[in-house]
Design a protein. Structure first.
Length: 575
């Protein structure tokens, strides 16, 4: 490709609305342009990187035995009503009516559509297993789209769906996709980790997120430094402490009322009563499927709403309003407690080991001291309800837990029969009996993968693309466009590289050398070849890797072979 006849509108200025580096650099490098909130046009160099990720994904999906299809973006409401997600999915689902007043939506994902397709076409165990995938544009009406294409409303996604006859089958399908994802992100040149994750609105019993490791990542992840346990923060389990409290009633001190005027927060109460946060139990009131529930945690712990939702098998969980708290407890915010409550009470496992603790007194300016489980109140359900914190042990081996950040680029789910039972996607087994298909679901954010690669690979001068996802593998910079020998030498190298199948960009613009160098660095092209009049006098050209500070010289006569070997070496380093 010749730069002068291509479309690469680079910018020097950092866009005012770009918060993270990938957004800034994708705009500056002429990869994307914003149309409206959360919706972007992919310009030629951006689309080249997108297509390269797509090709890697397609090759590995096909290698794993998946079969490509393409499903409609517009989906009828009836399918979502069948699955039960029409209301449950929330406002991210862009709903509309067509001219016949029929409800429809723009697909954020395609579980319903693929299940409808398969239930009409597959009826026997002999037709399974099958895994169908697509690479297609999705739409989710994010309340606050941000970070460029990292969290846009419209995005390109690879989604695959497997159908099996039993649990053993879906386990094999899941493992095949897990291994394919490992290969995909390795081939993309990314540093990543697969972590246990919550299934969210997709549903299912088990899932992993594939996280590109980057300090700018939105997601916090934890991993054990001793074993291979890793999870995102909302999923990470907390190792239950040994119960050392015992049920000895003789150890219970007398319940006491404490006046705590205007002491509402944990910090205020702890300071006022001269106790530690571990001696205080906070009572949070949540509306769980529109019913009030009191949630108890130790004062130094934070509630994990995802865990609460899963523990109660709830569809909606949200903090109760001040009015709802007053109605449920009789007390203003900051003074709720479990003693005498008539609503359901659930508690984090850490409370099992506590005795003689402090709680709110369900009256203004009142707390209770020496409160104990069973004697003073009962708990309907104990569970792992809190967010893991520094100092907690690994839930698997008891080892040290480390914290980091990551960008989710892929997610694999074991869906089970969530959709097949709801939508009656059944098959006849070997005994001729109807059984629901066992499903799996597997997604990759294509554009997000490109953005994540930039978050992980950049410097002060611009992008530093891993070669598999770079828009071009090599860029050639003839420095003196008025010098016929320079132009001829650069054009010859360019033509030979293209004939060898190397993806090259010839910067044939009549621009100053500094401009060409800056744009080459900004675009992040892995290999830069500089052809100048001074070097040609010595029969040499300069080669520089984007990842290295220093360049090296190669003879003009063997430049094409040297460049080809360099490109091959960059790919080999990723294996």
């Amino acid at each position: 490709m010749r730069y002068s006849s291509y479309f690469i509108p680079t910018k020097k200025e950092i866009p005012a609305d770009a918060e993270i580096i990938s957004h800034q650099l994708m705009v500056r490098a002429g990869m994307i342009r914003k149309l409206t909130s959360g919706i972007y046009t992919y310009l030629p160099v951006g689309l080249r990187s997108i297509r390269k990720v797509e090709n890697i994904v397609r090759e590995e999906m096909n290698r794993a035995g998946a079969i490509e299809v393409l499903m409609p973006a517009v989906q009828p409401a009836e399918l979502w009503q069948e699955s039960g997600r029409w209301e449950y999915y929330g406002r991210e689902l862009l709903r509309f009516k067509d001219r016949h007043d029929r409800d429809a939506c723009m697909g954020p994902t395609h579980e319903e559509v693929i299940t409808d397709l398969v239930r009409k076409e597959i009826h026997s165990y002999k037709q399974m297993p099958i895994n169908l995938y697509q690479i297609q544009t999705k739409f989710r009406d994010e309340i606050r789209p941000r970070f460029g294409i990292m969290r846009g409303r419209e995005f390109i996604m690879k989604d695959a769906y497997s159908f099996d006859v039993d649990e053993a089958g879906v386990n094999r399908s899941y493992e095949a996709m897990y291994e394919a994802y490992d290969r995909i992100f390795q081939r993309c040149g990314l540093k990543f980790r697969a972590v246990e994750a919550d299934s969210g609105t997709i549903g299912g019993s088990y899932s992993h997120e594939f996280m590109v490791l980057a300090e700018s990542g939105e997601d916090r992840i934890v991993n054990c430094t001793t074993c291979d346990y890793a999870a995102n923060l909302e999923r990470a389990e907390v190792k239950e402490e040994d119960d050392v409290s015992s049920a000895d009633a003789n150890a219970f001190e007398v319940l006491a009322r404490l006046e705590t005027p205007d002491q509402r927060t944990i910090d205020e109460v702890v300071e006022f009563l001269k106790i530690t946060p571990e001696q205080l139990v906070k009572t949070l009131v949540y509306m769980v499927d529109e019913e009030p529930v009191a949630v108890l945690l130790r004062g130094d712990h934070e509630l994990n709403e995802t865990k609460l939702k899963n523990a109660l098998d709830a569809q909606t969980v949200e903090m109760a309003s001040e009015r709802s708290v007053k109605e449920a407890t009789g007390a203003p915010l900051g003074f709720a407690g479990p003693v005498g409550l008539e609503i359901k009470v659930v508690a984090d496992n850490a409370l099992k080991t506590l005795k003689n603790f402090v709680v709110g007194g369900n009256e203004k300016d009142l707390h209770l001291k020496n409160v104990n489980l069973e004697r003073d109140f009962t708990v309907a359900l104990f569970g792992d309800l809190r967010t893991i914190a520094p100092g907690d042990a690994c839930p698997r081996c008891g080892g040290h837990i480390a914290f980091g950040r990551g960008i989710e680029v892929g997610h694999v789910f074991k869906l089970g029969v969530k959709y097949s039972e709801a939508m009656k996607a059944v098959f006849l087994n070997e005994q001729g009996k109807e059984r629901p298909m066992i499903m799996g679901c597997y997604g990759i954010g294509i554009g997000r993968t490109v953005a994540a690669a930039i978050e992980q690979n950049h410097d002060k001068d611009g992008i530093v693309f891993p070669i598999p996802v770079a828009p071009f593998e090599v860029t050639l910079l003839p420095l003196q466009m008025h010098n016929e020998a320079v132009v001829e030498a650069a054009s010859k190298i360019y033509g030979d590289l293209v004939n060898m199948g190397i993806d090259a960009l010839l910067d044939d613009r009549d621009e100053r050398a500094g401009v060409k160098f800056k744009d080459a660095d900004l675009l992040g092209i892995p290999v830069r070849i500089t052809v100048g009049s001074r070097g040609l006098k010595n029969g040499e050209v300069e080669v520089k890797l984007r990842t290295e500070p220093e360049s090296f010289i190669v003879p003009l006569s063997t430049a094409v072979i040297a460049i080809s070997d360099t490109v091959k070496g960059l790919y080999d380093s990723l294996k």
